[in-house]
Ligand binder design. Structure first.
Ligand code: ATP
Length: 506
């Protein structure tokens, strides 16, 4: 069985994440807090590895990108200039009866049209098959009301498009009855706090909803100190906070999450479309390099008419999650809007001088922005598999395996002495374990049958196990190297093991 054929893949992934200590609900002993998560011992390693791979590839291994780390709480004027105070909103709809809240752009409705006449409305929350759900609801509506005639195929409409006359007639998804949904209103997603001892309007500040503004606000500092020349990028990773109306799908959409963003500044006359394409390709290649299956990746170009006025183009790299194809990474060509806004609001010039044309200009920017927690979830969904295998005794069993790339696997190697009670074996195993530990996350396990120990490592995605047996200590010093995906075993020397790790873990 492959990942794709695992029934209820999402449930299986969430259950494994809890069972093996990847992700816990935040504040679980108090009933949890919706939209917040904790990362357990294996989760924190996996997340760190993804972040480190991104940092190494994006910053350290490129000559044209530098990194920074900016504060989470910034001057409130930053968020006025960026447009977030006025415009960082989602359309919110309340159900007055059930007190449920919905995002209007995730709530759909359709007219029930029989023999060309509208008989009422049905609604459904966005899902993998929104139209199917609306069609089924329309059929049930017609049946319940005993309406005769031919039902037209439904046309799904976003609730944001509902007219004043339609809103009172659209049923709430919570109650199934019309009359309780409010018109959509703009809900600002920024978390507010206060800075200093006084709690008044002058002390209001915000937890950042994105890391990007840090790069814009520090642009001049980096230019003046960093010996950078266009085109160049500034990158950072860090926590962002959004008071999402409907956090859902595990860590896919949470209220506290981590972003990895990079602002790539180019000359105003440079070919933005070329750089935009460069970064889309780079991001896709990078996702493949950490092991996401190519079959799950696609691109979505935002419609020109839906882009912000300053935007030249946005392409999302989409991932096929178990709950549908969703945005993973957004690559936006933002013109010089952000730096221009900060220049206007702060009065501090953001333009740089072009030695060739002797003109000053504000650079344009391409922004690849991704959520670390979203990649984490994509990685688990893409790697999870259940397979039918036969154990050493010839019995069929189901093996759960996480096919994680060695680059990001939380444990790279498990060191296993064949027997627990033979000191010569455990001593040699511990010696190897200590040596590997200096450079890699490794695990020592001497408890239980060797087959069971292999399975435990398969489930957490450890690419290799090495077993120290009698041949190791009595003959040539080689170990058995067992490969997770093929389950093949071969004998290797310590030097060969180190060379393998050096090549595959980078
Ligand atoms: P969405 O439409 O899914 O709300 P967005 O278009 O608002 O996302 P951006 O503002 O472009 O997202 O943020 C960049 C990236 O940050 C997204 O591509 C996503 O990977 C991640 N991200 C955004 N919101 C969340 C969230 N609530 N939880 C986890 N990751 C998020």
């Amino acid at each position: 069985m492959s990942a794709e054929s695992t029934p209820n893949l999402m449930e299986a992934v969430v259950s494994l994440a809890k069972r093996r200590g990847f992700v816990f609900q935040s504040s679980e002993i108090y009933g949890g807090l919706n939209g917040f998560f904790d990362y357990g011992p294996l989760g924190v390693e996996l997340k760190k590895n993804i972040r480190d791979c991104w940092w190494n590839d994006m910053v350290r291994r490129r000559d044209d990108i530098v990194g920074i780390e900016t504060s989470i709480i910034m001057h409130p004027k930053v968020w006025q200039a960026s447009g977030h105070v006025d415009g960082f909103t989602d359309p919110l709809v309340d159900c007055k009866v059930s007190k449920q809240r919905y995002r209007a752009d995730q709530l759909f409705f359709a007219a029930v049209t029989v023999d060309g006449e509208v008989k009422g409305y049905v609604s459904a929350l966005e899902s993998e098959d929104t139209v199917g759900a609306l069609q089924a609801a329309a059929e049930s509506f017609k049946r319940k009301k005993a309406i005769q005639g031919t039902l037209a195929p439904v046309v799904a409409v976003e609730f944001t498009e509902a007219t004043e006359a339609q809103i009172p007639l659209i049923p709430s998804p919570a109650t199934g009855e019309p009359g309780s949904l409010t018109p959509p209103r703009a809900f600002n997603m920024m978390f507010e706090t206060h800075v200093g001892p006084l709690r008044d309007s002058a002390s209001v500040a915000y937890l950042r909803p994105e890391t990007a503004q840090g790069m814009f606000v520090d642009f001049k500092n980096v230019v003046d100190t960093g010996r950078v020349k266009l085109p160049f990028g500034i990158a950072q990773t860090g926590k962002s906070f959004r008071n999402e109306i409907t956090p859902r799908n595990f860590v896919f959409r949470s209220r506290e999450f981590e972003q990895m963003e990079m602002e790539f500044f180019i000359h105003e006359d440079d070919d933005w479309a070329k750089w935009h394409r460069h970064w889309i390709d780079w991001c896709k290649d990078w996702l493949l390099s950490i092991g996401l299956p190519a079959s799950h990746l696609s691109e979505y170009d935002h419609l020109k008419e839906k882009l912000a006025f300053y935007s030249k183009g946005t392409t999302d790299i989409m991932f096929k999650f178990p709950f549908g194809v969703q945005e993973l990474w957004g690559i936006a060509a933002r013109g010089n809007y952000d730096l221009g806004q900060h220049e206007k609001a702060s009065g501090v010039p953001q333009a740089i001088f072009d030695e060739t044309t002797k003109k000053k200009f504000i650079p344009h920017v391409i922004e690849p922005a991704v959520g670390l927690d979203r990649i984490f979830l994509a990685v688990l969904c893409g790697a999870y598999a259940e397979e039918q295998v036969t154990d050493e005794k010839g019995k069929a069993e189901t093996r759960t395996v996480l096919r994680l790339s060695p680059r990001i696997a939380p444990v790279k190697v498990a060191v296993l002495p064949l027997l627990k009670n033979k000191e010569a074996l455990t001593e040699r195993a511990k010696e190897l374990y200590k040596k590997l530990q200096r450079r890699y996350a490794v695990f020592y396990d001497e408890a239980g049958a060797i087959g069971r120990r292999y399975r435990r490592q398969d489930e957490i995605g450890t690419p290799w196990c090495v077993t120290i047996d009698f041949d190791t200590i009595e003959k040539d010093g080689t170990f058995t190297l067992r490969e997770r995906d093929s389950m093949e075993q071969r004998r290797v020397t310590e030097a060969e093991l180190l060379a393998l790790l050096d090549e595959q873990v980078y």
